[in-house]
Design a protein around this ligand. Structure first.
Ligand code: F6R
Length: 598
């Protein structure tokens, strides 16, 4: 149950466990709703003690969140219990085949077919591991499967294709999970599983094979963060804790990036500098918040490298037959490293011969493993479903990548790169200053908690910040919010503006930037139509005050780096509004942290 609690952020619409008892019986319990419902059920009807068990928290794909659709699913004869993450794309045909042979289904899930298929193989005499290997070969789509058999009470087997699975190696105890957070309390020794592999786990060890049964090697690694990183540490929400961790997280992302020759380095690079010099186009691919980090990256990368940079939503990328060649550099951004849409984009890009660089926060996850180079963000585990430190560190990593490419391609002199690096290194302290002066943002949240709609405006890199501010408010406070490029408003959306509508505006730095004055005009346009303007502006800029109903001051920064500061009040605002509304900030409705289905 402790492990499930740590994994709940990945899905929380139902949960269940199954134990293999010493009496060679499977004891299962499952409940719709959050984990507390299952806990209450187990208090009422406890299961017997056992040495082997599996558990699951679900994010519904096929079939509504209900007790019946919760995992584990038990095979027709009752021998096998199985849990599944992902989507089995050929489940309909398999279900028809099983039904034709007389199997009755108890749920609407795609997962139940896997339980019956494995059950049928063991009923026909295969051992559990062979049964799972055989069945895994028949399944299409994405799956991590974990299964137990009441007749092999010392064995647990798990397989993976396109979904995460790690093994935790303890002393006299073993674990498997989607994420090391589940077992970090017990062991920090983990083993990464490759694509299309099966692991057989007993109390004393593990064995990895491919789906044909050939022995392979998992990749052992040591998890270098401790349990406290995965706990709230006195904060009411993980999200609030993670917002406050941002100065550290950004500093860690920037740390140690210069080698002895004052040259920038990435974490793992399997692309030669010659190849990087030959690149004629960069395409950044990501989802959600990570996509907005990509939008910021475009401004920095094009400005510093003079290479055309496109940014694309990963779920759209491969289906439009994008023009990708061996001279395209694809950059993926993913906090989890497991987002299915982004992973599929990586595979598509590599099939076209492109090189892929992954910006990622999760060591050993699938996307960096399948990429040609990796730049880790070193933010520590992000558990709040709404990404915060993930976003800031992704932007920081994008700046590093832009500078790195400029260095390799010679589009910036070394001293120019050093100048930006020096400014980047001042950013953690400035982020801290924003956090330390957030009282006005809290007050604003109290005033605006009952609003029905909020708009966010920005230009240049302020535009992705506006999009991110709106997304945060939508996803955790369930409040209608939109982000627009400030100059685009007059082409339509300004019709939304009515008396009292709150509009956040991100103002670029004064003086150094012609956009500053354009944004001031945009503020006046909405104010003239009755909007209540909340203006994020750098300290010392007083020009905006006559047109602002509220002013949020930001430390000074250059235009390109300002998103590292301007995002923070918007995160705090969303967190505060959601808290005041009494919502579960860390586990907003309908969402899950790692979206491992397409
Ligand atoms: C928003 C949020 C999502 C993720 C997106 C990509 O707060 O968390 O929009 O940014 O699902 O996730 P990763 O970065 O794990 O690929």
């Amino acid at each position: 149950m402790d492990a499930l609690r740590r994994m709940e952020y990945r899905g929380y619409d139902s949960a269940g466990i199954a134990l293999v008892g010493p009496d060679n019986t499977i004891h299962a319990s499952k409940k719709a709703g959050k984990l507390v419902n299952l806990e209450a059920e187990l208090d009422e009807s406890p299961l017997p003690e056992a040495n082997l068990g599996i558990g699951h928290t679900r994010w519904a794909t096929h079939g509504a969140p209900s007790d019946a659709n919760a995992h584990p699913h038990v095979s027709a004869s009752g021998r096998v219990a199985l849990i599944h993450n992902g989507i089995i794309e050929n489940f309909a045909g398999l279900r028809a085949e099983l039904e034709a042979s007389g199997v009755g289904f108890r749920s609407q899930t795609d997962s139940e077919v896997a339980a019956h298929l494995v059950g049928r193989e063991v009923d026909n005499g295969l051992g559990l591991a062979d049964a799972l290997r055989t069945v895994s070969q028949r399944l299409e789509g994405a799956f991590t499967l974990v299964a137990v058999d009441r007749d092999e009470p010392g064995l647990l087997v798990a397989s993976r294709r396109n979904s995460p699975l790690v093994v935790g190696v303890g002393e006299g105890e073993m674990f498997v999970a989607s994420d090391v957070a589940a077992f970090i309390e017990h062991t920090r020794e983990a083993v990464e599983m490759g694509q299309d592999e099966v692991v057989e786990v007993t109390a004393s060890g593990y064995r990895v094979t491919d789906f044909d049964g050939n022995e392979t090697q998992g990749k052992p690694y040591h998890v270098d963060w401790d349990l406290s990183a995965a706990e709230k540490g006195g904060y009411d929400w993980f999200m609030r804790k993670e917002i406050h961790e941002q100065p550290h997280a950004v500093a860690d992302t920037l740390l140690g990036r210069f080698d002895a020759d004052h040259r920038l380095t990435l974490d793992e690079i399997r692309i030669s500098e010659t190849e990087l010099r030959a690149i004629d186009k960069i395409v950044v691919v990501a989802c959600g918040t990570a996509y907005y980090a990509g939008l910021v990256a475009k401004y920095a990368i094009e400005h510093w490298t003079r290479v055309a940079c496109e940014v694309e939503i990963a779920s759209e990328f491969r289906y439009r037959d994008p023009i990708i060649t061996p001279r395209t550099l694809v950059v993926t951004i993913s906090q989890s490293g497991e987002t299915a849409d982004t992973l599929m984009a990586v595979r598509h890009a590599r099939e076209q011969g492109a090189k892929v660089i992954a910006i990622c926060n999760t060591n050993g996850s699938t996307i960096p493993r399948e990429s040609d180079a990796v730049l880790y963000t070193h933010a520590g585990p992000e558990i709040g479903v709404a990404s915060t430190k993930g976003f800031l560190t992704q932007m920081a990593a994008c700046y590093l990548l832009g500078l790195y490419l400029a260095q390799v391609r010679g589009t910036k002199y070394g001293d120019e790169i050093a100048l930006v690096m020096t400014e980047l290194e001042t950013m953690p302290a400035k982020i801290q200053a924003v956090l330390d002066n957030a009282e006005a943002v809290h007050a604003l949240a109290r005033e605006l908690v009952d609003e029905k709609s909020v708009l966010f405006l920005g230009r240049h890199v302020g535009y992705p910040v506006a999009l991110e501010g709106a997304l945060k408010l939508k996803e955790i406070a369930y409040l209608h919010a939109e982000g627009f490029p400030a100059g685009e408003l007059k082409h339509g959306p300004i019709a939304l503006v009515e008396e009292g509508l709150p509009i956040f505006v991100i103002v670029p730095p004064q003086g150094r930037d012609q956009l500053h004055d354009k944004v001031l005009s945009n503020i006046q346009e909405v104010r003239a139509r009755g909007a209540r303007t909340i203006v994020l502006v750098e300290e010392g800029d007083t020009e905006v005050e006559p047109y602002a109903d509220e002013v949020i001051r930001l430390p000074k920064a250059s235009t390109l780096l300002q998103p590292l500061l301007a995002t923070v009040p918007l995160q705090i605002f969303a967190c505060e509004v959601a808290t005041l509304k009494g919502y579960d900030v860390d586990q907003p409705r309908n969402l899950a942290k790692s979206v491992t289905v397409e």
